[in-house]
Write a protein that binds this ligand. Structure first.
Ligand SMILES: Cc1ncc(COP(=O)(O)O)c(C=O)c1O
Length: 414
């Protein structure tokens, strides 16, 4: 049996409900009210926008708050599309290297990069683990700098008992297909700024028109992806196709796998997606209701995986603090030697991991103000990162298969 890149925690009842809610979207308002209630309760004292994607929230937050020529700082391992959006808005981009333990922005290097033109700092809680947001906030608080938390991967992650996204002026979560929680494409923006909230509502009302075609295409894509997220069905339907694609046309294969990153298209299209449908909101709600349960399982999974691979000499784990309550969404390992051979062998055994070498923002030809600085932690570590899927849906058998695969592939690193 093959293990796909991701799994979604859903049962048969939820699956059929998705189909029913798509074709019979009655009581849409009721679902919308229910999800709003849930989010208002979770993110107290924040204004909330439920959006077709996180990227749209990011685009609108920049559009509303910044102007041409303003300086924006990202970590050198950020979501590359966000840099593209910033450069299309004619902002001046600076980067700060990451910390070698977590791959999050190195707050110790941040202060020296801040100038009088700095108007925004974007921090990414990469792989679901929080950055030192309290330290970073000290730099933005008194300087009138907008602090945006990219929480695309960090819903249900806490730092000092406060959820990521609650520290900054703006927090943006992704609910795309492979995220937790997922609305099978979507995003949530929270902020303390009523004007931003109103601006986003008005912008979406004016610009995102109902499109049955877009909704239907997304629905079909979702059904295919959901089906393929079950290891059993993935093994029968797709894994062999991917195997051949990877062998004979790795470029196309990579394009498919990373298509969600939006970096291959020429220009960011803010209107690319339609508003959320009833089935998406309902599915998001069912995910939100079982957040705790899913997190406990993911934590157990990671502990089990770590216990069984930690002695492999060429595999290193990120150095996370045990006291941090993070969401265990990503299980990322560092392959110290022969990354390609390791991953190829793992792939051959049917364990399809994601190469996490896409985060180095220096790789994309964006205009970076401090391009010639040294980003050695990023350049040294990014090519070695591999994401092994972790979902509450995985059984012990699946995990044992992953462990066996990693152990075998490790032989190729020597
Ligand atoms: C770190 C990070 N930021 C932003 C995004 C964008 O999220 P969305 O796909 O919902 O626009 C993603 C999605 O993969 C991400 O991983």
């Amino acid at each position: 049996m093959a293990i796909p890149f991701f799994s979604i925690d859903l049962n048969n009842r939820e699956f059929f409900k998705i189909i029913k809610d798509f074709f019979l979207p009655v009581n849409f308002k009721k679902s919308q009210n229910e999800i709003n209630l849930f989010l208002n309760e979770r993110f107290k004292n924040k204004y909330i926008n439920l959006l077709p994607s996180a990227r749209l929230g990011f685009y609108l937050a920049l559009k509303k708050n910044l102007k041409e020529g303003d300086e924006i700082i990202f970590s050198s391992m950020s979501f590359p599309l966000y840099l593209k959006i910033a450069s299309e808005l004619k902002l001046k981009i600076k980067l700060v290297d990451v910390d070698s333990k977590t791959m999050n922005i190195d707050h110790k290097l941040l202060e020296e990069k801040i100038s009088k033109n700095t108007k925004c700092i974007v921090v990414t809680h990469l792989f679901g683990y929080p950055c030192k947001i309290d330290e970073i906030k000290k730099f933005t608080q008194d300087r009138n700098i907008l602090l945006i938390e990219d929480c695309a991967q960090s819903f249900d992650t806490f730092y000092n008992n406060t959820e990521t996204g609650m520290f900054g002026d703006v927090g943006i979560y992704s609910c795309s297909l492979i995220k937790i929680p997922t609305t099978l494409s979507g995003g949530i923006l929270i902020s303390s700024n009523k004007e931003l909230n109103k601006y986003i509502n008005k912008w979406t009302e004016d610009n995102i028109k109902f499109s049955f075609k877009k909704k239907f295409l997304l629905f079909m894509k979702n059904i295919v992806s959901v089906i393929n997220s079950f290891p059993f069905l993935y093994s029968i339907l797709t894994s062999k196709i991917f195997f051949f694609l990877d062998k004979f046309n790795p470029r196309i294969y990579r394009k498919i796998i990373y298509s969600g990153m939006g970096i291959s298209t020429k220009k960011f299209d803010a209107m690319e997606r339609s508003t959320l449908s009833k089935y998406q909101i309902e599915f998001g709600l069912s995910q939100l209701k079982k957040l705790d349960q899913m997190k406990i399982r993911r934590k157990e999974n990671i502990e089990y995986l770590i216990k069984n691979i930690k002695n492999l000499e060429n595999i290193e784990l990120l150095d996370y603090d045990n006291d941090i309550d993070w969401n265990y969404q990503y299980f990322v390992i560092k392959i110290k030697k022969n990354f390609e051979k390791f991953n190829k062998n793992l792939f051959k055994q049917g364990i399809h991991a994601m190469e996490e070498n896409v985060w180095n923002c220096l790789d994309y030809n964006y205009e970076i103000q401090n391009y010639s600085d040294n980003f050695q932690v990023t350049s040294k570590n990014n090519p070695k990162l591999l994401r092994i899927q972790n979902s509450s849906y995985l059984s012990k058998n699946h995990l044992d298969k992953i462990i066996m695969g990693i152990n075998k592939a490790h032989e190729y690193t020597k």
